[in-house]
Design a protein around this ligand. Structure first.
Ligand SMILES: Nc1nc2c(c(=O)[nH]1)N[C@H]1C(S)=C(S)[C@@H](COP(=O)(O)O)O[C@H]1N2
Ligand SMILES: [Mo]
Length: 500
C-alpha cells in the first residue's frame, strides 16, 4: 500500500477517535459541546439567508442530518490530508490537528449558555488524535509494499481504532439522547385541564386529506437545534422580566398549579412552500399566558414579548397578540402526552394565528417584555420579518401531483387555513375554468385548519387543478407567487392529473 494512502487512513482513524471520545465526553460536558454539534450549530446560526430555505426545501426536516453528515465528510477529507501531511512533515500535521481542536473548542465555548468545560471534548479529542496518528504512523518501519504482514497489522489497527471510535461515539449520542428530559418525561403524568377538551366535530375529517389531528410522530419539526435540548423539569424555571412592573419567576411545580386548558391549534412554519407540509394541527395542553403577563404587568410601550429557549434561540411576539383573549398557551402537553422532547419539552409557547418563528418558542425558559424597536429576535437579522401573521392558504392533498385517474367523478380534497380568522370558502379550478365552490368540513375553531372536498367530473387528458381559500375577513388568497422569505409564501397550490 502506498505510504500516502496509509497515512491518509491513519489521519481518518485519528479523526474518528477524536470525534468518538468527544461524543462520549459530551455526555458529561453537555450534548452541544461535541465538536460536530458545536461547529454545526455555529454554521446553522451563520448561514446566509436563503441557504436555510434551500436546506429545508432540499432535505425537509432531515436538514440537520444532512448538515452533520456533510460536516463529517468534510472533516474526513481534512483528516485524510492531515494524515498524508503527517507522513512528510510532522509539525504541519500537528498544526492541522491543533487547528481542528481550536475550532472545536472555540465553537463549543461560545454556544449560548456554554461554559469553559464545553471545550473539554474538543481538547481531549485533539490530543487523542495526535496520539493515535503517531501510534499508527509509527507502526513498523517495514515497507508495506513488500511486507504483507506489516500491511495486515496496520489495517487491523486502523480497523480497531475506527470501530472503537464509532462505538464510543454512538454510545455517547445514545446516552445524551436519553438525558434528563427523556427520563423525566417518561415519569410525568400531565395535570388535567379544568374543562374537557373541545370536541372534534363529526365530519371534520375528509377522506383523502391529511389527518385532521396530526399525530405527534408525524408533526413537522423545525428548529435550529442540532440536538434537542434536554431540559429537566426539576431544574426548569421561567423568568418573566424586562419592561414589567412585577418580574416573575416560576418553577415547574408552580406552573403545574396554574389553570390548564386544552385547545386545538394549527401551527405553521413560515418556511412552508405553497403546497408544503410544514404545518400540523394538535391538541395543546397549557396554561393561558395572558394571566401570567397580567401578573407581571407590562409597562406601556412594551410592544414585544421576547421568548428565549435554553439554547439561546429567541422569537418576538406582539404583546397585544398574547393579551387580546386568543388561546395563547404556555404549553406542556401535545395530543394527550407531555410535549415530545423535539417539540419543546417541558414547556413551549403556542399562539394561534402566528407563524412558529415569531411565537412558538420551544424549551422556553425566559420571557422578556421589550419593544420591537429595541430588540430583533433570531430570524429578524437573518432577513425575516419581525411580524409574522399566518397567511390564508390552502392545499390539495388528493389527487397528488402527477397522479392518474379514470374519467368520471374524481374526489378532490385538502386543507385550508387562516388561523384565528377562520376559513369562509374554498374554491377549486380545473384548467382555466370557472372557480367552483368546494364543500367545507366543520372545524373545531377558527384557530385550526379546515378540510374541504370537491367532486370533479374528469374527462380524458392532462388537467391542472388549483385551489384557493377565502377567510372570514373576506380576503381571498392571492395568486401572486411569493417565496417563504420574508413573511410567508403565497400563491395557489396546483396539481397536474392525467385522466385516461
Ligand atoms: N427553541 C426554539 N424554538 C422554536 C424554534 C427554534 O429554532 N428553537 N423554531 C420555531 C419555528 S421556526 C417553528 S415553525 C416552530 C416549529 O415547532 P415544531 O418543531 O414543534 O413543529 O417552532 C418554533 N420554536
Ligand atoms: Mo418555522
Amino acid at each position: 500500500m502506498r505510504t500516502s494512502i496509509r497515512a491518509g487512513l491513519a489521519g481518518v482513524a485519528a479523526a474518528a477517535a477524536a470525534l468518538g471520545v468527544a461524543e462520549l465526553l459530551a455526555v458529561f460536558a453537555g450534548a452541544r459541546s461535541a465538536p460536530l454539534v458545536a461547529v454545526g450549530g455555529v454554521v446553522v446560526d451563520h448561514v446566509p439567508p436563503g441557504v436555510k430555505d434551500f436546506a429545508i426545501a432540499t432535505f425537509g426536516t432531515h436538514d440537520k442530518t444532512a448538515l452533520l453528515t456533510g460536516t463529517a465528510v468534510l472533516l474526513g477529507l481534512y483528516a485524510y490530508g492531515v494524515g498524508v501531511l503527517a507522513a512528510r512533515r510532522r509539525p504541519f500535521a500537528l498544526a492541522g490537528i491543533a487547528l481542528f481542536g481550536v475550532v472545536g473548542i472555540a465553537a463549543a465555548v461560545t454556544r449560548p449558555g456554554a461554559g469553559v468545560a464545553a471545550g473539554i471534548p474538543s481538547a481531549v479529542g485533539a490530543a487523542l488524535a495526535v496520539w493515535v496518528l503517531r501510534h499508527l504512523l509509527g507502526l513498523e518501519g517495514a515497507s508495506h509494499e513488500t511486507d504483507p504482514e506489516a500491511r495486515r497489522r496496520f489495517l487491523k489497527q486502523v480497523g480497531i481504532v475506527a470501530a472503537v471510535a464509532v462505538g464510543g461515539g454512538t454510545a455517547g449520542r445514545w446516552l445524551t439522547s436519553r438525558g434528563a428530559a427523556t427520563e423525566a418525561r417518561k415519569e410525568l403524568t400531565l395535570p388535567a385541564a379544568s374543562e374537557p377538551p373541545p370536541v372534534v366535530p363529526a365530519g371534520a375529517q375528509v377522506p383523502g386529506a391529511v389527518p385532521y389531528v396530526t399525530p405527534n410522530a408525524d408533526f413537522y419539526r423545525i428548529d435550529t437545534a442540532l440536538i434537542s435540548p434536554q431540559v429537566d423539569p426539576a431544574n426548569w424555571t421561567l423568568k418573566i422580566h424586562g419592561m414589567v412592573r412585577n418580574p416573575i419567576e416560576i418553577t415547574w411545580a408552580e406552573l403545574l398549579q396554574r389553570p390548564m386548558v386544552e385547545r386545538y391549534v394549527t401551527l405553521a412554519c413560515v418556511s412552508n412552500e405553497v403546497g408544503g407540509d410544514l404545518i400540523g394541527n394538535a391538541l395543546w395542553l397549557g396554561t393561558p399566558i395572558k394571566a401570567l403577563l397580567d401578573e407581571a404587568d407590562p409597562l406601556p410601550g412594551a410592544d414585544q414579548v421576547v421568548q428565549r429557549s435554553t439554547d439561546g434561540w429567541t422569537c418576538g411576539t406582539p404583546t397585544a397578540a398574547l393579551r387580546d383573549g386568543r388561546d395563547a398557551l404556555l404549553a406542556i402537553g401535545m395530543n394527550g402526552e407531555p410535549l415530545p422532547v423535539e417539540h419543546g419539552f417541558p414547556v413551549r409557547m403556542i399562539v394561534p394565528g402566528l407563524y412558529g418563528y415569531v411565537s412558538a418558542c420551544k424549551w422556553i425558559t425566559e420571557i422578556e417584555l421589550t419593544r420591537f424597536s429595541d430588540f430583533d429576535a433570531y430570524w429578524v437579522p437573518r432577513g425575516w420579518s419581525a411580524q409574522g401573521p399566518i397567511k390564508t392558504e390552502s392545499r390539495i392533498d388528493t389527487p397528488r401531483d402527477h397522479a392518474s385517474r379514470k374519467p368520471g367523478p374524481v374526489a378532490v380534497a385538502g386543507v385550508a387555513w387562516a388561523q384565528h380568522r377562520g376559513i369562509a370558502k374554498v374554491e377549486v379550478q380545473v384548467d382555466d375554468g370557472a372557480w367552483e365552490t368546494a364543500s367545507l368540513a366543520p372545524a373545531v375553531s377558527d384557530d385550526t385548519w379546515r378540510q374541504w372536498k370537491h367532486t370533479w367530473t374528469a374527462s380524458s387528458g392532462e388537467h391542472v387543478l388549483r385551489v384557493r381559500a377565502t377567510d372570514l375577513d373576506g380576503y381571498t388568497q392571492t395568486s401572486d407567487l411569493a417565496d417563504p422569505a420574508p413573511d410567508g409564501a403565497t400563491g395557489w397550490h396546483q396539481v397536474t392529473v392525467s385522466v385516461s
